[in-house]
Design a protein around this ligand. Sequence first.
Ligand SMILES: [Zn+2]
Length: 383
Amino acid sequence: MSGELAAALYAATQTPLDAPLQIIAADARLRDALITKVPLWEDRGWIGIANAPLWQQLVNRLRQRIAVTTIKPAHEEHEKALIKKAKERAQQALLLNNVTTLAEQPSGPFTVSGVKLAALTQSLAYKGIRAKKDAPIRRGRDRNLRDIQEHFKTTYNTRLSEQDIWKGVRHVDIRNQIKDFLWKTLHNAHRCGSFWLNIPGYEERARCSWCGQTESIEHILTECTAPGQMTIWNMTRSLWENKGLRWQSPSTSEILGLGCRKWSYNDKKQNHGATRLWRILISESAFLIWKLRCERVIGHEEEERWAHSSNELRSRWASTMNQRLHLDAATTHPRFGRKALRRDIYADTWHDAVVDNRALYTHRSREGVLVGIPSAGYELDPG
Ligand SMILES: [Zn+2]
């Protein structure tokens, strides 16, 4: 498609910004790419996209236009002939000049550079970091890794390598969206707290709008007094204790190390069901707390002291856990072949955490099984 892309760029450059432009393409691919793919590519910082400079220049030029631009697939013979001619002209332009002189350098306000954080997935970020030789050394990340190692050593007498921790946050039991959240947390890559201190005019955002303290992931997940974290952890605790296990309020290091945490029976044999449930419960709860905080702080920025109601918090947690349970149940289906979750592991994980254990063992009641939710008014100290 690069020939056609160059031709489109050539046409866009040759046409004044205030004159109508119709781009005729061989098929719908160019149009579809411009409409649906470019926003994704921009979000990803154009990492790994073929012909990225050409695309960027085309998009930039089209965005500057003030007259109508249309793109249509070629139907008539003469339209196909036009494309051939345009490709030749573009080719000549490319041969005579350098690709970048086909159009002027992208103009600032119309260009999105870098990677939008929301679109930063792990593998993409790895690629980006590898591609960028001068990536700054992430001091925050190193400190987080050290804190987790220290926590596991003093609390569980377990030595974790950095690789163990990275593997832990990518554990298959953690949903992809939450893997990204944990990965960003490990890199201090969230836009909260001290991130804003370096941005003139936005320093105020560094503080928690509810408590007035400097915000941090630690504050959000474990300390904030805004309705949210305490209720979510209380519900998590009650589910955990239903399983007959001892609760400990997770610290940030505990949350970030959740993929490495092993639970055992009294006889020291590993309790695989509990270990797996911990990964699920803690990851889902922590991520829900983060989402709730963003809804409150960003979604309701204009409403002073806006907060989720207790009922809303309870039902959000319940539906999150039920969805995760149903996802687990669905994954046991034989159609997933060797990738299917083993039914015994599934049942082991959720045994005593659901309303009726029998539902875990009947193949036909996947949707019928529900997480045991503490009754309303049931509150625990977050001890
Ligand atoms: Zn707070």
